[in-house]
Structure formats: C-alpha cells, structure tokens
Design a binder for this molecule. Structure first.
Ligand SMILES: Nc1nc2c(ncn2[C@@H]2O[C@H](COP(=O)(O)OP(=O)(O)OP(=O)(O)O)[C@@H](O)[C@H]2O)c(=O)[nH]1
Ligand SMILES: [Mg+2]
Length: 217
C-alpha cells in the first residue's frame, strides 16, 4: 500500500524488519547505516530502548529522485520483538510494502522464530495485507554462533515457500546488505507493476537497488 501522490510526484515506501525478540533487527539497521553509501540516506533513529531492547521502533530513511522527477522516500523500520509489544508491531506493520523477517539461527530459538512468523501472518491479516503479494525475505541471522540450525535444514523448510532466504551475521556485518538488496528488489517489482516505475518514471530495478543499497567504498 504505497503512499502515492501523483500531483505532488511523491511516494513513500515502507519496509519493515520483523522477527522475534533479540534476533538482531536493530543490529541489521545499525549495520546498514554503517555499510551503505551515505548519498540519499538519512539519519538512523534508534528510539526508546530499554536495556537495548526496542520498545517502539527504529527508523532508517532513504531518499531518491527518479528520472521522471518522482521523489521517493523509503522508510525502513524495525518492530519490537518482545511478545508484549504486539500493538506496536501491528502499528508499524500498517501499510508495509515489504518485510524482512529476521530469524535467530540458534536451535534453541526455533520455536520463537515459528511463533513470531505466526504473529506476522496474523498481524498482516489484521492490517489487511495479503502475505502472498507482499515482498518478503527471510534472514537467518547469528550464523557466527555455535549450535545453529543447519542451512540445509532451513532451506528444506523455506525452499518450497519460494521466499528467498539469506544467511547472515549482523554482528560481523555479512548477509545484511544482501538481505536489504533482496527486499528492495522484490519491492521494486511490486512498484513497477502498480506505478510503471521503469516505463513512466525511467527507473530500472538495477538503478533502484543500487541507489538505495550500494556499499560505501
Ligand atoms: N552473535 C551474534 N549476536 C548478534 C547478531 N546480531 C545481533 N546480535 C546480538 O543480539 C542482541 C540483540 O540484538 P538486537 O539487534 O538488539 O535485537 P532486536 O531484534 O532488535 O531485539 P528487540 O528490539 O528486542 O526485538 C544484541 O546483543 C546483539 O549484539 C549476530 O549476528 N551474531
Ligand atoms: Mg530492536
């Protein structure tokens, strides 16, 4: 549900990092802020934390102008993963144009991942977003730790869904940019279908992804 104002030639795109408590959503945003080129990127807002746990949300905004003059703002949010903050999660999820689900790779967290994904499905239904049409990417974070679920096992579970899966260690800074690029690329396809991004606005998928998510030199 892209906010689109044709007269003003403005568009706001909302991407959300979702997942169980402590899976590394905030860390992903911190890393994106460090790793991506500064051009077109706003300041990272990490809000209202309590012992480093998100209790409201974090936000990293990006700005770009298409060759047509269309101004595009991309807002990347994290939700608070702790179970009790469900109302906030729902509010952040409203009108989302894409979701990165950040799972915790540790075997002990499998149940929390599944519960959080179930929570995402329920909340998407509540806010009126069809999960089958939503650009979605799954990140298995914390691959640097021991006792993690094998990648083969993860692919067996997620492969049949067609949702792309990216292994990562946000702590070490790998898999993070790839997750974001995958999400942005999927979101582009939706935008292009609805707003003729390429034909009307002269914006190709490659340039959209590169302008939002190129690594700093
Ligand atoms: N070992 C390891 N630790 C990580 C990784 N990513 C995040 N962490 C750690 O996990 C803890 C939680 O990270 P956050 O990014 O705050 O998690 P969150 O998903 O935002 O948590 P909530 O805001 O409570 O939902 C922190 O201590 C991070 O340093 C990783 O890839 N590997
Ligand atoms: Mg957080």
């Amino acid at each position: 549900m892209i906010e689109y104002d044709d007269a003003e030639k403005r568009m706001v795109l909302k991407l959300v990092y979702y997942g169980p408590a402590l899976s590394g959503k905030t860390t992903n945003l911190l890393r994106l802020h460090d790793l991506l080129v500064k051009e077109g990127r706003g300041d990272l807002m990490v809000l209202d934390t309590q012992d480093d746990r998100t209790i409201f949300f974090d936000l990293l905004p990006f700005f770009l102008v298409a060759p047509s003059g269309l101004k595009i703002k991309v807002k990347v949010y994290t939700v608070p993963g702790q179970v009790q903050h469900d109302a906030t999660r729902k509010a952040v999820l409203q009108r989302a144009d894409g979701v990165a689900f950040i799972a915790d790779s540790r075997r002990t967290e499998a149940k929390n991942n599944a519960e959080s994904f179930g929570n995402l499905e329920r909340n998407l239904a509540i806010v009126g977003i069809d999960i089958d049409r939503l650009p979605l990417v799954i990140q298995y974070n914390k691959r640097d730790l021991n006792d993690i679920t094998a990648e083969e096992e993860i692919r067996k579970v997620w492969g049949p869904t067609g949702i792309p899966m990216v292994p990562a260690s946000a702590l070490q800074g790998w898999g993070v940019v790839e997750t974001f690029r995958t999400l942005v690329s999927r979101a582009y396809d939706n935008l292009d279908r609805k707003h003729a991004f390429r034909d009307t606005h002269g914006l190709t998928r490659e340039s959209f992804v590169d302008r939002l998510a190129s690594r700093a030199g």
